[in-house]
Design a protein around this ligand. Structure first.
Ligand code: PMT
Length: 389
């Protein structure tokens, strides 16, 4: 993993080189970013020597866009120590130096913070409120620990030990969902008209497959029920592939697998209707008139899982809309008894069918709303998992 270690101005900054060393020993590539105040406690030379990369400290050093290239490079941003100041800045969207700007740019990737401060600062309502805000956005907090503080008193506020932080990063990334099993539906369904024709749609399965990969990265086993696609999804450990063709086949597989799962994310574009009859031969052209197809409704897989769901399970649906997007998504969230719904609008350029990017709004049952910019489907999948699990 590519990890950025951000260091802020607290006495525990002297432990940052040890953290960098441990992360590198565990096989990670590490770069450091520091505030000016951090460099009162630990030197640039030390951080550059242990990380073997230039330190990122000055927002304008290389044209003012390094926070973006560093964001693109990193898989995870770890802030250790995290002072009350940096916690407050992130919680309030303030970006006034290199590290705080990088933290805002990192809003769709994993961030971990190891707070360190005096015990009375730690219990201040503002700090506690800010910590709760960060947690609600999916930022992981490691520590602080109780013990002797730099100011001489004993209390809660010591930064967690470097080994504990390094373990938390490694375990967190690989085992956040260890032991969990998730169902994902992906791709289109084909509804046969006759032996050579079908009703289908443009779904490629890319969004669903990205979700399956992101769940596996977080440590889960995945049951991937996927309609007809050209994607190569078979060679991945921990992704159990169930290939189906029609909505009814997808329904049968999903309803059978769901009771053994901790949750489900239904990203498939399922045909709402199918031909009432399927001819077992190729239908011949009728020269005199047009052709009429009688359609009947397919079962709604998501609504059925919403009815089966226990209080232990999480159910995430998608909504693909072209107008009144949010109101329609909200209606689906309630009607189908979901915990979250991921809205794509076909009005957003680069979002939806076939492409490698997407732009979504995630609505939760309890009224939270998370809006993404245009990101790769892999990053969108990580954001969905961060927000919903
Ligand atoms: O596969 P890609 O090319 O990567 O494209 C991704 C995507 C655009 C298909 C995906 O991001 C997406 O938006 N999927 C949902 C498409 C859809 O059918 O939306 P909907 O609003 O019609 O359905 C709402 C929800 O009900 C969806 O979770 C759908 O899977 C589910 N559904 C719908 C009908 C049905 N009979 N059974 C269902 O489970």
């Amino acid at each position: 993993m590519k990890i950025i270690v951000g260091i802020t101005g607290g006495i525990a900054a002297y432990k940052a080189p040890e953290l960098v060393r441990l992360l590198k020993k565990a096989g990670h590539e590490v770069r450091c970013a520091a505030t000016e105040h951090a460099l009162q406690f630990v030197t640039r030379v030390t951080l550059e020597t242990v990380s073997q990369h230039p330190l990122y400290c000055d927002l304008f050093a290389s044209g003012g866009t390094e926070h973006i290239s560093l964001k693109d490079w990193g898989d995870l941003l770890m802030v250790a120590p995290a002072t009350a100041n940096i916690i407050g800045k992130v919680a309030n969207g303030i970006a006034d130096d290199a590290l705080s700007t990088l933290l805002l740019a990192f809003s769709h990737k994993p961030v971990v913070m190891a707070p360190a401060m005096n015990c009375e600062m730690w219990t201040h309502p503002a700090v506690q409120r800010n910590i709760e805000t960060l947690k609600s956005w999916g930022i992981r907090i490691v520590g602080p620990a109780e013990g002797e503080l730099a100011c001489g008193v004993n209390g809660m506020g010591r930064m967690a030990e470097p080994q504990q932080i390094a373990d938390a990063i490694c375990q967190g990334e690989r085992s956040k969902m260890k032991g969990e099993r998730w169902l994902v539906t992906a791709g289109p369904t084909y509804e046969r008209i006759d032996s050579v024709r079908f009703i289908g749609n443009y779904s490629s399965g890319k969004m669903g497959f990205a979700l399956a990969q992101a769940l596996v990265d977080a440590g889960a086993e995945v049951e991937l029920v996927i309609g007809p696609t050209a994607l190569n999804v078979s060679t991945y450990q921990h992704i159990h592939v169930h290939r189906v063709e029609s909505a009814r086949e997808m329904y049968a597989a999903a309803t059978e697998l769901f009771p053994q799962c901790n949750g489900a994310i239904l990203s498939a574009a399922v045909a709402d209707y199918r031909p009432a009859e399927c001819a077992d031969h190729k239908l011949k052209k009728n020269n005199s008139e047009g052709m009429h197809l009688d359609l009947v409704q397919n079962p709604d897989i998501l609504a059925t899982l919403g009815g089966m769901k226990t209080s232990e399970q999480t159910l995430v649906g998608f909504a693909l809309e072209t107008d009144n997007e949010e109101a329609n998504a909200q209606r689906k969230l309630e009607k189908k008894n979901l915990d979250y719904i991921v809205l794509n609008s076909l009005r957003d350029k680069g979002a939806g069918f076939g492409v490698d990017t997407n732009k979504v709004t995630i609505l939760s049952r309890d009224g939270h709303r998370t809006e993404s910019p245009l990101l790769s489907k892999r990053e969108i999948a990580q954001l969905i998992i961060q927000t919903t699990t």
